[in-house]
Write a protein that binds this ligand. Structure first.
Ligand code: ATP
Ligand code: MG
Length: 336
């Protein structure tokens, strides 16, 4: 993460300035100190970004921690790629963000440049041994972006949760300790069905479901919506929002267009208008341990995730409690 560099143009853009405004702020304004520390600079670091934001007073207002879960029981739909990019972008915009890697594969940790296998502690210690989360959280190097890492030790967590009291609420309770420290908690779930994911659902305000535009995704969605419904019935937890986001979309494939139309028809209330197009930069960025916004902010993938973020922020600005009505087939939302 420390290797990330911004061009002057991108640096200005991230700060919400024009390149001219940036030069002026550096020449005479609040960023003069930044310029004097390195007069010949053409590139900026992520540390520069944090100090410039502070000097300009361009920090978004603090907000109660919003817990957002990326989950699909189906594997390989883009949960990790989308959640880590989304979280990085929120931090780049000045928010305080905690990514929680729930998957023993440790892919979210890797995508953020952290070798999860080297982590001494993971969420396992927090949920099973009640170690405070602040002792488990690691810095990613990106100011404002922290991580609860994961590794193979997490693979037995469902079994270990089984005999415990309040086993469905452990994550929600653990997050209470740190809720004043972060504006967003972004949770990247494994593609499995068990107590850990139940904990994650019980902890979430918003559920993001990345799906591929194929018909296999329908089966996974139906199962997920049934789970969410039983959560409402049995554990009285109602999510604020469910966002289905079509990922790796290729409009030149007829089957993809048809699948998207079917999603629009059956999941109208939940489907985001913004799709994330197929983009090879996701794989390239993750192999370097940096999010797509740092790898190529002009790529289709980065622009589409920005679109998702914008659409979601508009929606969560005014959250409406949703309750799922029992129905055969794909479920419809009704207001509670
Ligand atoms: N929009 C996209 N365009 C092209 N490739 C993508 C896109 N999104 C993700 N991928 C690629 O698809 C693969 C699976 O993505 P990812 O690991 O994010 O999915 P996942 O749902 O987290 O998988 P798992 O279920 O194993 O946790 C990766 O190789 C990733 O680079
Ligand atoms: Mg994943």
């Amino acid at each position: 993460m420390e290797s990330i560099r911004y061009s002057a143009r991108r640096f200005a853009q991230v700060l919400g300035l024009t390149p001219q405004e940036l030069s002026e702020a550096e020449a005479r304004g609040p960023l003069a100190k930044l310029r004097s520390s390195s007069p010949q600079r053409t590139l900026y670091t992520i540390e520069d970004l944090a100090s410039a934001r502070a000097a300009l007073g361009r920090c978004p207002p603090r907000r109660p921690m919003r817990r957002q879960l990326f989950l699909n029981f189906k594997g390989g739909t883009g949960k990790t790629s989308v959640s880590t990019s989304y979280a990085f972008r929120l931090a780049e915009m000045g928010h305080r963000v905690l990514v929680i890697d729930l998957d023993s594969q440790g892919h979210a940790s890797k995508c953020l440049g952290i070798a999860g296998e080297e982590a001494e502690r993971t969420l396992f210690e927090a949920l099973i041994k009640k170690v405070p989360l602040e002792q488990i959280i690691v810095k990613t190097g990106m100011p404002g972006l922290d991580l609860v890492p994961s590794n193979l030790r997490m693979s037995t967590i469902d079994l270990s949760l089984m005999p415990l009291a309040a086993r469905e609420f452990r994550l929600r309770n653990a997050l209470k300790e740190i809720e004043a420290e972060y504006d967003y908690a972004v949770l990247d779930a494994p593609p499995s069905f068990g107590l850990l994911n139940l904990n994650a659902l019980m902890a979430a305000h918003d559920l993001f479901v990345p799906v591929l535009a194929d018909f296999l995704s329908f089966h996974g969605l139906k199962l997920l919506f049934e789970t969410v419904h039983s959560l409402e019935e049995d554990l009285e937890h109602v999510l604020d929002h469910i966002f289905i986001v079509v990922n790796a979309y290729n409009a030149t494939f007829r089957i993809a267009k048809e699948a998207r139309e079917a999603l629009e028809k059956h999941y109208t209330e939940f489907l985001l208008k913004q799709v994330i197009r197929q983009c090879t930069k996701f794989a390239q960025a993750s192999s370097e341990g940096i999010p797509i916004f740092a790898y190529d902010p002009e790529s289709k993938g980065a622009r589409d995730i920005q679109g998702v973020l914008d659409e979601v922020r508009e929606r969560i600005g005014d959250p409406v409690k949703l309750k799922l009505a029992p129905a055969a087939g794909p479920r419809k939302a009704v207001e509670a």
